[in-house]
Design a protein around this ligand. Structure first.
Ligand code: T4K
Length: 438
């Protein structure tokens, strides 16, 4: 496994509120700790593959590593076809195009913006559907009220790597004669009712972006059990070429290159180790966060396989005494870069806000979640002592929320002074790592 990319300071567990970086103390991490730090796998195997493809001078256009990557992904998922492409967004676009979606498609707003862009990019109107507050995934009970005569499909998202309501969405799609596509970008390696995600709807897509637990630097794939659809997608991926000089449809260039496939194959070899690490981290966070009021870790089902690649936390300000944004700032000052996925919600992002200004009316749960959800670091570069240090910062911040909350909005030097008076600490230092964005 690769060396750790972050280093905790000696004095890793802070115990006093005056030790928090937000009030001017040294950050607990010397180096920045990121959400989405890439897993690398066996570097030697990667270099071997890269040298091999360089020696063979076959760099892209359905090379041998791409074909092997497709074979292995299809085998792991248990599907007939995997069409590897250059990223998850293009996987969505190609699937949407090949499935002939048009008009309106029902989609959650609480997702990475790529899901929605992929529809709009094809001239399709995304019709936003609210999410279930306990899973954060599309609320199937809200889907039918969003269907109109222009609706051609449903695009479900397996957010955080866990399945959305597949059975219910399948039933609705079947009854209303709609196409069902799943954005499984974060859900490679996860299952639903014992069957691997990738087997549902007309097709599903994965992302193998650098930040995904198995990555191809940039990469994506559409998986399906539909032979004709797979053939169509292969043409579209390669500019519509069926053969040399034979273009049979309008296409794009979405081919995965050989270095990406080499990286993807290397990641697949370590996939089980990555999941085991993620699972250990998830359990560690679960234990550490359990006693912090107002902080709730989103649980994953024990009954399913899961890649555990996101540590998702909800902050209940009324109990924690601090908002999600306060905690993001406090952790940021400690060099922990949490992420506010998926703030502010696609419907409030400029293009969609302008195109569909009324969308928020239907999305109360989405709007609530965008204000209280944050993702914490995990993955193979993180050590268990790092998790302990991160959680201790959160514990300390919540325990002293009254002090911090009252002064977070003020100048941080005032905060430090105020706290020092209380604790009789003699020095004054400038605050570290303020996040200007919040
Ligand atoms: N559908 C869904 C539901 C998705 O979640 C995604 C992607 C897609 C579709 C589209 O798939 P792709 O077209 O991306 O294959 C990141 C990822 O870029 C994106 O793949 C992912 N979802 C999304 C949830 O997260 P950003 O804008 O947050 O990325 P960025 O660059 O800010 O990186 C996140 C963190 O990772 C940073 O703190 C830095 C760290 N990082 C990042 C990279 C690239 C590293 O440490 N090393 C790196 O090489 O979107």
């Amino acid at each position: 496994m690769q060396p750790h990319a972050v280093e905790c300071l000696e004095r890793s567990l802070k115990t006093e509120v005056t030790e928090l970086a937000i009030v001017g103390a040294e950050p607990v991490f010397r180096d920045v700790v990121h959400v989405g730090r890439p897993n690398i796998g066996d570097r030697q195997r990667l270099w071997q593959r890269i040298n091999d493809l360089l020696d063979r001078r076959w760099l892209t256009n359905n090379g041998q590593y791409v074909q092997e990557f497709e074979r292995q992904v299809a085998e792991r998922v248990g599907v007939r076809h995997c069409v590897a492409v250059s990223n998850g967004t293009l996987a969505l676009e190609i699937a949407i195009r090949a499935l002939g979606l048009s008009g309106e498609v029902i989609v959650p707003s609480f997702t990475f913006v790529a899901t929605v862009h992929a529809l709009q990019w094809q001239g399709i109107t995304p019709v936003f559907c609210d999410v279930n507050p306990s899973t954060h995934r599309m609320d199937f009970r809200r889907v039918e009220e969003r269907i109109t005569s222009r609706t051609t499909g449903i695009l479900g998202v397996h957010l955080w790597g866990g399945a959305c309501s597949i059975d219910e969405l399948t039933e609705i799609a079947h009854r209303r004669k709609l196409t069902l596509l799943f954005d499984a970008a974060p859900a490679f390696g996860s299952s639903y009712k014992g069957r691997m995600i990738g087997n549902f709807g007309q097709a599903e897509i994965f992302s193998f972006h650098a930040t995904k637990f198995v990555n191809a630097l940039e990469g994506g794939a559409v998986v399906t059990n539909d032979d004709e659809l797979a053939t169509r997608m292969r043409f579209i991926r390669n500019l519509g070429f069926r053969d040399i000089d034979d273009v049979v449809c309008v296409g794009t260039n979405a081919k995965m290159n050989e270095v990406s496939a080499a990286m993807g194959l290397t990641g697949l070899e370590s996939m089980d180790d990555f999941i085991a690490i993620n699972y250990r981290h998830y359990q560690h966070y679960r234990r550490e966060l359990a006693d912090i009021p107002g902080i709730t870790l989103l649980p994953f089902s024990d009954q399913e396989q899961c890649n555990y690649q996101y540590i998702v936390v909800e902050v209940d300000q009324s109990r924690a005494g601090l908002s999600r944004n306060d905690l993001v700032r406090i952790l940021n000052a400690e060099n922990v870069r949490t992420r506010r996925y998926f703030f502010p919600g696609c419907h409030r992002m400029v293009p969609y806000r302008e195109l569909y200004p009324e969308a928020g009316r239907f999305l109360p749960e989405t709007e609530r979640l965008t204000e209280c959800v944050m993702c914490l670091p995990t993955g193979s570069t993180l050590r268990s002592e790092d998790i302990a240090a991160i959680c201790q910062i959160m514990r300390l911040a919540v325990a002293h929320a009254a002090d911090l909350g009252a002064v977070l909005s003020k100048n941080c030097v005032d905060v430090r002074l105020h706290l020092m008076e209380e604790a009789s600490v003699p020095t004054l230092v400038e605050p570290h790592g303020q996040n200007e964005l919040l």
